[in-house]
Design a protein around this ligand. Structure first.
Ligand SMILES: [Zn+2]
Length: 220
């Protein structure tokens, strides 16, 4: 795999790719050039291995988990505990199926939405799963214990690679597209914020308090 290490070359290449992918008329109002310059043009390597989700999302553990990189071509990561990017390495572990599913959905989302910013991914599970409560920072999680859960930051209307601080910052059309794609990819659950009025099949897409700034996807 070819890895470009020069930030300047990477930025130029990223801009070139974007320019080829989207005609000028379709370009967004704002492009976060700083974020583009920091985005890799190829995904960092992932140490894939067959994982096992043990127990339940709210009482379980993760065996042979796979670590999501700090960022990739189509995503950045966010830490609820430090309120900073990238998310710390120990908060980014899931089953191989979860990591692959998230990366595939986010890649397809960006191909379908030229000019859309990379999508933020917050917590998955800890390296071996288990409790991920409030003592680990932020609001904490009752679930996220066996590598099947992921928090995804909604796309912003201003297309910046930043967290959502107010639900009015969410690009609802892009957020709905993300929800639809996770449903199509076979998600067991997608929890979304009550203020956003996102739609989906009953029993799969449901409103949940504290989810106006991110969606929570759980795979089977
Ligand atoms: Zn969550």
């Amino acid at each position: 795999m070819v890895r470009v290490r020069s930030p300047a070359v990477a930025a130029l290449a990223a801009l070139a790719v974007l320019a080829t992918a989207a005609p000028a008329a379709a370009m967004p109002r704002q492009i976060d050039v700083a974020a583009l310059a920091g985005a890799p043009i190829v995904d960092p390597p992932i140490d894939w291995r067959a994982s096992r989700a043990v127990g339940r999302p709210f009482a379980g553990r993760l065996v042979r988990g796979v670590q999501l990189p700090a960022q990739g071509v189509d995503f950045w990561t966010y830490d609820w505990g430090t309120r900073a990017t990238p998310n710390r390495p120990w908060r980014r572990w899931g089953t191989d199926r979860l990591v692959r599913r998230v990366l595939t959905v986010l890649r397809d989302f960006r191909i379908a939405n030229p000019g859309a910013a990379r999508v933020g991914v917050a917590d998955l599970s800890r390296p071996h799963g288990g409790a991920f409560g409030r003592n680990f920072g932020g609001l904490g999680h009752a679930s996220h214990q066996n590598g099947l859960d992921a928090d995804i930051v909604y796309p912003r209307s201003d297309r910046l690679e930043e967290p959502i601080r107010d639900h009015r910052e969410v690009d609802r059309a892009l957020a709905q597209d993300l929800v639809d794609r996770f449903v199509e990819a076979g998600a067991r659950n997608v929890w979304t914020g009550p203020r956003l009025h996102l739609r989906g099949p009953a029993g799969v897409v449901e409103d949940l308090v504290h989810h106006d700034d991110h969606l929570h996807v759980r795979i089977r």
